[in-house]
Design a protein around this ligand. Sequence first.
Ligand code: PMV
Length: 356
Amino acid sequence: MGQNAADAEQSAHLRKRIRSWQRAALPGSGTGTAHGKVILLGEHAVVYGAPALALPVPSLGCRARVACRFPGEGRVVGFRMVQLPPGVPSGPFLPPPHITEGPIPEGLHMVVSALLRRAELQVLPGVDILLESGVPPARGLGSSAACARAVTHALDDLLGLQLSSEAVFECVQSSETAVHGQASGIDALATGSRRPVLLAGGHVSTPAVGADGWIVVVDSGSGASTKEAVAMLRDSFAAHPGSRERFLDHSTALTLAGLRSMAGGRLAELGRRLTDCHQLLAGLGLTTERTDSLVDAALTGGALGAKMSGGGLGGCVIALAATEPEADALAALLLREHGVRCWTTRLVREAEHAGT
Ligand code: PMV
């Protein structure tokens, strides 16, 4: 046997040994979770560095399971996305009701490639992804960020990377940027936080909450493209000099006033700031007839305040209530009279924290 053939045989043998070692060393699969979110104040303005306040919606869960497949060479060899009725993903992975099979969304593909590179494996496995999400997509509830976060955690679990919270954020944010074009990072943060998230000028903190409250989340029934909404606003600002600054000043003032009201436990005042924020966003063409009428219905039904939430152009409306019975009554009324899906999430009384 010539030297080249001997070398080739030896490296093939080595590759085989490394592969079987990696098969044994890597656990078969990894899992990760995340959840949905709503934006209380400051959406869109936050893209330009102004403050925004988001609240997690833990009842809208998302879970990913990833598994290694050999050979795979770092490719995503399988992708299944199961959209569950909200609140379902808790027990063992379920036989899926609605499966989307096919090409992996670009943002998730970036997460997989980045984390496989980071693992520095000598022989790259293929990755099979199963996503179960109870976060309705295209409703301003952070579905894409929740999916990216769940997949990031699942790969971290599989590859034993022990990613810091900053590294997880970077992964989710790179996926969000691919999905939305320009993303502030608030979805990437809030889909992994158990507390309210304040993002202002790139700085993250947990704002004080002086009283318990309830947020009813109402689905308007129509999808919303955050990318489209962000681009629409960017074009409009470019066409109307000074309009961006006016919007940012107004939004900042509302968000800061809302934060003071929330810290002081003055929920009625906070509610008025939410409604003001809706009017501000409506003036920019981000609301629809349906989201406007849901806001009116919530206010008539006794909400302390109501607004569109997230990118707009459809999506969800949120409404503030002071107590759980009031929130339940509001949700029941909106369901009965408007035939929409509703969920509730809580504002929990808590002192301010430096980070999330
Ligand atoms: O993804 P959505 O629809 O919840 O919107 C996120 C909020 C925006 O401010 C419109 C965009 C961003 O990246 O902050």
